[in-house]
Design a protein around this ligand. Structure first.
Ligand code: SF4
Length: 332
């Protein structure tokens, strides 16, 4: 899977490093001082690296668990996100990661215990209030599970801390580990979907819609709480028929009683990231549409955003109660 594994000297002897390296005995190992030496240089070709990314094993020193931006959450009073991993196995053409990072290599921060101790501090400060922790902000939460054992390690922490809620956000079908565990009432496994036409055009290497739905059905049957994420909503000329068909397909098979939440938000990107992605993929039809710029963000024109959100909200409410619906209201 990896030709090269870069290893920060600080984590060279870490048990998780040794375990991961043992699973890839043929990979060339290269020690480095700090992961930024490999990950941050400007003169990197993201598209080329994306074909065969390396793995970088590193220590996360600061900013491990951060408050989410306003408008991001599922109704809880305190919301945080954390990234044990940077970058993703998949290659969605709209993904902000390719605009944010210069490198397509995966950075895995192996000091999981420090993330947990930061969460414990946050929980102690929150008194009796519940805290939500969102993973999958800078990666897909489950796609790299065979390498990272992230879920296997972190879910026991959440089992011990019932006031801590976790959202695992994914387009993956890596649910084997979850199916072996007792479901947690404070965990939501949230799957992202776009209509089939958008999937085929833009979501390269992502498991098919049908396979993801099957993974959801297995989790549903095992008793896990599920989420659906329609974010970003992507405009195509017949988006109404596309999203109507997608919702029908999903809700004809999913039991809404096992559904924790449904959220949606239209396509938007910080202006700098948008510029970087267009430079990477100048011929991509997605970026040839009409966009508007406001407050440093690029998004669809406001009237189109409102029309798409209103249409999808109306359609979703034919399948789910309003209490499950959480529009993403991040400023654009
Ligand atoms: S699955 Fe998510 S994180 Fe991965 S490439 Fe697609 S949008 Fe980005």
């Amino acid at each position: 899977m990896f030709d090269t594994i870069y290893i920060e000297q600080q984590v060279a002897g870490h048990a998780r490093t040794l375990d991961i390296c043992a699973r890839f005995p043929k990979a060339t190992r290269v020690e480095c001082d700090r992961y930024g030496e490999v990950f941050n240089p400007k003169s990197q070709d993201f598209r080329l690296q994306k074909r065969r990314p390396s793995l970088i094993l590193a220590h996360k020193h600061h900013g491990r668990v951060l408050e989410t931006p306003d408008g991001y959450g599922l109704g809880g009073p305190r919301n945080y996100y954390f990234s044990h991993l940077l970058n993703c196995l998949y290659d969605c053409r709209y993904c902000f990661l390719q605009g944010m990072y210069r490198s397509a290599h995966y950075v895995l921060f192996v000091n999981y215990e420090d993330f947990e101790s930061d969460m414990e501090t946050i929980l102690a400060e929150a008194g009796n209030e519940p805290c939500w922790f969102f993973s999958g902000y800078d990666c897909d939460s489950l796609a790299m599970e065979p390498v990272s054992s992230f879920v296997q390690h972190f879910l026991p922490f959440f089992r011990r801390h019932p006031r801590a809620y976790i959202e695992l956000r994914t387009k993956s079908t890596q649910v084997r580990g979850l199916l072996k565990m007792q479901p947690l009432p404070n965990a939501v496994i949230a799957f992202s979907f776009t209509p089939e036409e958008v999937y085929r055009a833009l979501e390269h290497k992502v498991p098919t819609l049908e396979r993801r739905l099957q993974a959801m059905l297995q989790l549903q049957q095992a008793g896990w709480q599920l989420g659906l994420r329609f974010d970003p909503l992507i405009y195509q000329e017949d988006y109404q028929a596309q999203y109507r068909g997608l919702f029908q397909q999903l809700f004809s098979q999913l039991n809404t009683e096992h559904l924790h939440s449904v959220s949606l938000g239209t396509f938007r990107l910080p202006r700098g990231y948008f510029r970087n992605i267009v430079q990477l993929y100048p011929d991509e039809p997605l970026f040839a549409g009409t966009f508007s710029a406001s407050n440093g963000m690029i998004s669809y024109p406001q009237a189109l955003e409102q029309e798409m959100t209103a249409f999808c909200t109306r359609e979703l409410l034919q399948h789910i109660p309003e209490s499950l619906l959480f529009p993403c209201t991040l400023a654009a």
